[in-house]
Write a protein that binds this ligand. Structure first.
Ligand code: DWN
Length: 397
């Protein structure tokens, strides 16, 4: 049974930054109702509304993986690990974005699949083989004809963005070699519930995986998880190492059982945990609005730092307008001088003095809190204060 547990109200498409302030409407398909549900049988958590991929991931997609030091380092370290542990002759990345991972491999050892043509272009220009297409069985038949099989398939923050998971895993199954390894990395549902990070839910995040749900899903395709890593990236992610059940070369790590035990202990297999989460989400909204309104009444100015997809969920769920957060700032060229969808707050180009015009910073990119605060420490010394809503709204001391 599919049971709804969270209603985040009317939301715009998260990465659709507006060129000018625009009143969005439901009838034009610019706003949709963001509800989140739990499948009591498969344990899969997903949003109810499905937006066609072409509307979300196209030649105007603004998110670039390489924009933070944290992510560049994470991909670099992972590539070293993959080379050492699995020694792939050929690795394929599903959702290679602007090449943050594949740039760490030799061109002849790697293939990227990236449907956002603006991003695919960046790595193609550097000479990498990129299929600027969606990951599906039709594409995979083409790749198989040319390469026969692939030793490692890697995908970060992409599988959860694809509606048809059966097609995803059928395609992987067709292309991965017999002893091949599949590595998937996505935000962890357990961390999301623990941190109360409801902003992980938006149109692109169709699913939020737990090890419990993924284990069930993979089993249908003859795959099993043999190791798991908890990562701090994107507010707490899980990296799943997956093999065919028939492959006895890789031993099953105890870390898998530990993760599953932790998920069950928290109650991820039962609806009650999700109901509790939704109560906490409402409390978070009330508290954040109290903080922002107090600052407004004190006539102080707030800047949003990191015009993230997550921040779009927060602004629209909490009804935060320009009177509460005056501007956002971001380093991503595609976002600069545009407006936060639904709330029309302008995104300014980041420069190292931008914070001097503000009294408070709201961490839109709270997942990069450490990196950002370190970068801006001279302003902190001068009295600038940071606000975060994760795991609960507060002004950081
Ligand atoms: O899954 C997804 C994740 C991986 O990325 C996508 N569906 C969309 C996107 O989500 P997001 O926008 O919430 O991602 P981030 O990685 O939290 O975005 C960080 C934003 O903050 C980027 O626009 C870059 C910006 N930034 C900045 O301006 N200065 C980041 C840092 C660290 C900085 O110092």
């Amino acid at each position: 049974m599919i049971k709804k547990f969270l209603d985040l109200g009317l939301q715009p498409l998260a990465n659709k930054y507006q060129k000018k302030p625009t009143k969005l409407s439901v009838s034009k398909g610019q706003l949709y109702n963001l509800n989140v549900s739990f499948n009591t049988k498969s344990k899969l958590v997903s949003i109810s509304k499905r937006i066609p991929s072409e509307k979300m991931f196209n030649s105007k997609y603004p998110y670039r993986s390489s924009m933070s030091h944290t992510m560049r380092t994470s991909f670099k370290n992972l590539s070293k690990k993959i080379k050492k542990k699995f020694k792939p002759d050929l690795l394929l990345e599903i959702g290679s974005n602007d090449g943050a991972l594949i740039k760490n491999f030799k061109k002849e050892n790697v293939i990227g699949v990236e449907p956002c043509k603006n991003l695919a272009k960046i790595t193609k220009k550097d000479g990498f083989l990129i299929y600027a297409q969606y990951w599906n069985f039709d594409l995979v038949k083409k790749i198989k004809k040319r390469f026969n099989s692939v030793d490692v398939i890697y995908s970060a923050n992409t599988i959860t963005h694809i509606n048809d998971l059966n097609n995803v895993f059928k395609s992987i199954n067709y292309l991965l070699s017999n002893e091949g390894i599949l590595i998937i990395e996505d935000p962890s549902l357990l961390e999301c519930l623990k941190k109360n990070s409801y902003d992980q839910f938006y149109n692109e995040h169709i699913y939020l995986f737990s090890a419990l749900a993924l284990k069930n899903l993979l089993s249908k395709f003859g795959f099993e998880i043999f190791d798991i890593e908890n990562l701090s990236t994107h507010g707490g992610s899980l990296r799943y190492y997956i093999k065919r059940k028939t492959n006895k070369k890789q031993k099953i790590s105890s870390r898998l059982n530990i993760q599953i035990k932790n998920e069950i202990k928290f109650g991820l297999h039962k609806f009650e945990a999700y109901k509790k989460f939704s109560v906490n989400v409402l409390k978070s909204k009330i508290k954040l609005l109290q903080i922002l309104n107090k600052i407004k009444n004190d006539k102080k100015k707030i800047l949003g730092y990191g015009a993230t997809a997550k921040a779009v969920t927060v602004l629209n769920y909490c009804n935060i307008n320009k009177d509460l957060i005056y501007n956002f700032t971001d380093t991503t060229p595609e976002k600069i001088n545009k407006y936060m969808p639904g709330k029309n707050i302008k995104i300014l180009r980041y420069n190292k003095n931008i914070l001097k015009n503000y009294d408070y910073v709201f961490l839109g990119a709270w997942n990069f809190k450490k990196e950002i605060i370190k970068k801006e420490k001279k302003f902190v010394k001068k009295g600038l204060r940071f606000i975060t809503h994760i795991p609960f709204p507060r002004i950081l001391s």
